[in-house]
Design a binder for this molecule. Structure first.
Ligand SMILES: [Zn+2]
Length: 321
């Protein structure tokens, strides 16, 4: 028996890396949109599964619904991370926190809701705890849900910093640039067994994203397009568009960083009644002016397997576990 185990051990050591890695590092886009309340693109959220760890980065609208579709119980998420405090990145926090505590199979959190973010994260969670105090009080008495599962463990950091390290998974934060009024604002890099995923967060063209994503397996980047007439006549849209990255600019980030795969999420298309927003196709076309490498326009429930190569599959939206 001992001999057989030793032989098995040697065989595992000799397996090609791709097989040894199969399925141990996955990224699922839970929300690829912006504040627009569209059912096909919920607002920003990304699930990263690496080894034993399940982590959610930003919790926009519908995050709990997409986790349900992905078959991931909310209570099984080990750690949650915020990039900044725009509502399209945080509005799903109370849903995930509160619903994830309920005891049906989709919830079942029994340990504190662990959340990391820049300064402001504790205030957000304190506010939610007072806003929902009556709900929590009633469910503790009535449903007898485990008290530890509704507790909050909010940890703030100042980027750049290594934020989380567990079971070989390392999450680090870096500073991105949304302009002077939107600070703090951070992106994240997740590293696991020699592979990495970088998430840009909302940012203008950022050399820090290039630096972080150089040699990365997967770069998830935001993007924004706007109808040219609207940009010309609207100071408010000039300000909003000024916080984001155009497809041509994102292409220069991808061309310099050369990730194995670049994927757009947080896809912003601005228009109004007089000047419709540019179509989604325009985003890839415009990117091609500056970048000719591997690129996908992200969709909710797209899943990426980070092995020796990066492969994409889709979780069916109709899935009802
Ligand atoms: Zn945003």
């Amino acid at each position: 028996m001992k001999k057989r185990l030793m032989r098995l051990g040697c065989t595992l050591l000799m397996l090609p890396a791709a097989m040894a890695w199969a399925g141990d590092f996955k990224v699922t886009l839970l929300g690829t949109g912006v504040p627009n309340p569209r059912p096909d693109r919920f607002s920003q959220s990304t699930l990263v599964e690496a080894g034993s760890q399940k982590m959610v980065f930003d919790m926009g609208r519908g995050v709990s619904i997409r986790l349900w579709q992905a078959g991931i119980p909310m209570g099984s998420i080990n750690a949650h991370f915020l990039t900044h405090f725009h509502s399209d990145h945080t509005i799903g926090v109370p849903d995930l926190w509160l619903t994830g505590w309920l005891q049906p199979p989709y919830g079942r959190r029994t340990s504190p809701f662990l959340i990391y973010g820049p300064k402001g994260t504790k205030a957000l969670m304190d506010g939610l705890q007072s806003a929902y105090a009556d709900d929590i009080k009633i469910r503790l008495v009535d449903e007898r849900n485990p008290p530890a599962g509704i507790a909050v463990d909010a940890k703030e950091f100042e980027a750049p910093a290594v934020v989380y390290e567990r079971d070989g998974v390392k999450v680090s934060s870096f500073v991105v640039d949304q302009g002077d009024d939107i600070k703090p604002s951070v992106g994240y890099k997740v590293e696991y067994r020699g592979r990495s995923v970088v998430m840009s967060d909302d940012t203008r063209l950022s050399s820090e994203v290039v630096r972080q994503a150089t040699g990365a397996d997967l770069l998830i980047h935001e993007v924004a397009v706007i109808a040219p007439d609207l940009l010309k006549r609207s100071p408010s849209f000039q300000r909003i568009f000024g916080h984001h990255t155009s497809p041509e600019e994102a292409g220069t980030v991808f061309a310099r960083a050369k990730p194995k795969l670049a994927v757009y999420s947080h896809i912003a298309r601005y228009g109004d009644a007089a000047t419709p927003a540019p179509p989604e196709d325009a985003i890839v076309q415009q990117t091609r002016k500056t970048y000719d490498g591997p690129l996908l326009l992200g969709e909710d429930l797209m899943q990426f397997d980070i092995g020796e190569t990066v492969t994409m599959s889709r979780i069916p939206a109709s899935r009802n576990p």
